[in-house]
Design a protein around this ligand. Structure first.
Ligand SMILES: [Zn+2]
Length: 816
């Protein structure tokens, strides 16, 4: 099975598909042993099973094709803890030729769906008044200190987005500026809101009084025992009941009038607004108390989850979570301030938001941030609040833009149906009439996003889990977890993680190690097994349990060099290394990380390339490794390792996106794809070199955040002369459309929606293309791998890829 097939079938790709057979061998493989896993990847061939999975009674691993089965005795053995488990009676009919889907060899990924009704029957939950278990809750938190134009764009896009949400889902609305407005969405006569001070610390107790969330007739005891929180209903209404009111509120909503002074920054209480939003959720989920300093007590039992979608036009300047003064002369912190440790508010703000993040995790709520401003909005301080909760982040200039609108709508996009066409057609014929009725009843399908999710990983006895690098938070480990307690990578020391929202892009990077040592290596007959179990709620409230099980052989390079080489997935490896580098850059100097990357690249080439001593021209990398140096070259030059010109907010944004995306999108972020379109043939990929710019081609650049079309001089002239409008040059007009169509396809499926630029050779916007192209080769560049290299010599900025490769080859061969 090729690497791509494995991704299609399981959403899973490994750096090494054959595992090293000992600790020592693992370190000789140089590139870490790990995988990128996309738990909600759309898999066309995946069976969906309408029943509860069969679990090992000792370690709770799930029955899978790697389990040895005793068909006579009706037993199965757990490959993780070796427990023998009896099949339930309903499985007694199984035989080698009649297997349930979860035991069939090719179905290494299956998804169990437990419908909401069944959940209630199983847990014997009595029918309650609340429907918060049945659908996710969305709260919009809007900063109204912005221009009217920008505010209108936010309002319009929110109203548009409501059409995609399941009609039973509840929504809430809070605005923040100088004060915090919490909107009562049950009061239909006119817009009504409760006004809270932005500078206060908000507590659960006080808020209940201020928002009239107590029943005056109830005693304290009665209140404690009440099954449904009193009064909270008015702040979270089902869409069907408040859509009209919401548009009225929006019509009435103006930008903050209190902030009229222009010589200071406006008073913006972001931290207070988020606190209030979380307290409302806590109340909705029927918590009786919430103490910011004791998050262990937070234990809601009946929430399906939801998201707080935050729109900010500037940084918090007042109250908790403040990141900058109101005085304009005091500038918001830069990378330089952060490095020197002179940033006044950062540490306190960071801790404050981090704590909110922990609370949100407990509540199953993710926090998304849309920061649209020419200045920073403080997302550096808020980064763990967003990443821990699995939220999404967009940083751009303005709300009044395609980038914002399409990105927000993407959050509410719906699942593509994965049924086969034929099946669909048949069904359509049969149920056409019924379908039409249903359509009327309910226009909305399932959201692409799933909620309140956890991912659990179990490994067989030869392996240990080091951790994950992703936008998620740690959960307590399971009893039988095999983890490395001394050394961890990213979110470590556990085998379970929480993600409050999860969609088909969410990709986690996992890192593992082998526990056997060289004297007693893993028996080559053994298969190392890793199981991923993802539990989430879909937007209809059904529980989904996706189970992926992956099995791998062990080996060592000396005995089987070719098998080891062929098991190397250079794309997966590049992304795992890039996540590791970005994570390390948060606490270490960039120079240290670049030296580590150089050193490991040299070691990889020394070990896996073929060459004769003293002959640079003999250097050859097998196809399994040939792109790896190129990935590292581009990664070193990218925003991730070169922060010059980027603000701390932007750097946060880039790393957040890298931690979220799948392999191909991650690689695009540091190594863009360039296609050349000419009149003489089909479009073809070209190198990221200056030579690729030709007067008679159109270039299409995709660097994930930016999609750019560049017309060569000749093309530009033809357009100027209007050839594309002449009947006899129809082909030219068609040719001009091709890259545009391609760009549209690229951009439509992406979050964040990319910036789009169309430009001509020699024009000013063409610099966005030129800055991504490698300079032409030149002689006399500094030797990159000089061991005396000083700390800050960064590096490949002015070195072409050819020079880079030549240096690399020389160092690899000379050092030998
Ligand atoms: Zn077990």
């Amino acid at each position: 099975m090729s690497f791509l097939q494995s991704e299609d079938r399981n959403g899973l790709r490994w750096s090494w598909n054959v595992f090293p057979n000992s600790k020592e061998e693992e370190s000789r493989f140089i590139i870490p042993l790990g995988c990128l896993y996309t738990p909600k990847k759309e898999i066309k061939t995946m069976p969906t099973l309408p029943y509860v999975p069969i679990q090992c009674r000792s370690c709770s691993a799930i029955l899978n094709p790697y389990c040895p089965v005793d068909f006579v005795g009706k037993f199965w053995s757990c490959p993780f803890c070796y427990q023998r488990n009896q099949f339930p009676e309903s499985y007694y009919g199984i035989s080698k030729v009649s297997l349930p889907a979860e035991l069939i060899e090719q179905f290494t990924t299956v998804e169990y769906i437990i419908p909401q009704q069944q959940q209630q029957q199983q847990k014997q939950i009595k029918e309650q008044k609340d429907d918060i278990k049945k659908s996710p809750v969305f709260l919009f938190l809007i900063d109204i200190h912005t221009t009217q134009n920008e505010l209108d764009s936010i309002k319009d896009t929110i109203l548009q987005s409501l059409a995609f949400l399941p009609p039973q889902s509840r929504i809430g609305l809070i605005t923040l500026g100088t004060a915090i407005h919490v909107y009562d969405l049950s009061f239909t006569e006119c817009p009504k809101s409760f006004i809270l001070r932005g500078t206060n610390e908000h507590t659960f107790e006080k808020l209940q009084d201020l928002l009239q969330l107590r029943n005056p007739i109830f005693s304290q005891k009665e209140e404690q025992e009440s099954e449904f929180p009193i009064g909270i209903d008015k702040f979270f209404r089902p869409i069907s009941e408040c859509e009209f009111l919401l548009s009225e509120i929006f019509e009435d909503m103006q930008k903050d009038p209190w902030n009229s002074r222009t010589e200071t920054r406006p008073q913006r209480c972001v931290g207070g607004g988020l606190q209030v939003a979380l307290l409302l959720f806590a109340r909705l989920f029927n918590l009786k108390k919430l103490n910011w300093d004791n998050i262990d007590e937070i234990n809601p039992t009946n929430c399906l989850g939801g998201r707080i979608i935050t729109f900010l036009s500037g940084p918090c300047t007042k109250g908790k979570g403040q990141v900058v003064d109101r005085e304009l002369t005091n500038r918001i912190r830069s990378h330089h301030d952060l490095q020197k440790g002179t940033s006044k508010y950062t540490k306190e703000a960071f801790n404050f938001y981090d704590n909110l993040g922990e609370v949100a995790c407990k509540l199953g709520i993710s926090i998304d941030l849309f920061g649209c401003s020419f200045d920073q909005v403080g997302c550096y301080e808020m980064k763990t609040l967003i990443s821990k909760t699995g939220g999404d982040l967009l940083i751009t200039d303005k709300f009044n833009s395609e980038i914002f609108t399409n990105s927000l709508l993407y959050l509410f996009s719906q699942k593509k149906t994965t049924k086969k066409k034929q099946e669909q057609e048949q069904e359509q014929e049969q149920e056409q009439e019924q379908e039409k009725e249903k359509e009327k009843e309910r226009e909305n399908g399932l959201l692409n996003t799933e909620f309140n999710a956890s991912v659990e990983v179990n490994v067989s006895a030869e392996l240990q889990i080091l951790g994950t690098i992703a936008n998620c938070n740690n959960l307590p480990k399971t009893k039988s977890a095999r983890i490395n307690e001394e050394f961890s990578i990213g979110n470590g020391k556990t085998n379970r993680w929480k993600l409050n929202t999860l969609d088909s892009r969410t990709t986690l990077g996992f890192y593992f190690s082998v526990i056997k040592n060289e004297k007693n290596p893993v028996d080559p007959k053994r298969v190392g097994i890793i199981q991923f179990k993802t539990i989430s709620y879909d937007s209809d409230g059904n529980i989904k349990i996706r189970v992926t099980t992956s099995g791998h052989k062990f080996g060592d390079f000396a005995s089987n060099p070719n098998i080891i080489k062929q098991s190397f997935d250079q794309e997966a490896a590049a992304v795992l290394v890039s996540r590791l580098a970005v994570m390390r850059a948060k606490t270490e100097k960039i120079g240290t990380i670049l030296r580590w990357m150089d050193k490991s690249l040299i070691q990889v080439c020394k070990k896996f390339a073929n060459f004769n001593k003293n002959s640079v021209s003999s250097f050859q990398l097998s196809p399994y490794f040939s792109y790896y140096p190129q990935f590292m070259f581009h990664f070193r030059r990218s925003h991730f390792m070169n922060i010059f010109g980027d603000s701390p907010d932007e750097s946060t944004y880039f790393s957040h996106s890298l931690y979220k995306e799948n392999i191909s999108n991650s690689i695009l972020m540091f190594q863009p794809v360039l296609h050349s379109f000419t009149m003489n043939g089909p479009p073809k990929p070209v190198l990221l070199e200056m030579d690729s710019v030709q007067k008679d081609n159109i270039l299409l650049l995709d660097s994930f955040f930016l999609v750019l079309i560049h017309h060569g001089k000749q093309i530009k002239n033809w357009i100027k002369q209007g050839y594309h409008e002449m009947e006899e040059y129809k082909d030219f007009a068609t040719f001009l459309e091709l890259p545009k169509q391609e760009a549209k396809i690229i951009m439509s499926g992406r979050f964040p929606y990319p910036r789009f630029i169309e430009c001509d050779q020699g024009s000013s916007p063409a610099r966005f293309l030129l800055s991504r192209l490698n300079p032409s080769s030149r002689k006399g560049s500094n030797n990159l791998y000089n061991s005396n290299q000083n700390e800050n010599s960064d590096l490949t900025d002015d070195v072409s890829f050819n020079d880079f490769m030549n240096h690399l080859k020389k160092v690899v061969i000379d050092l030998d």
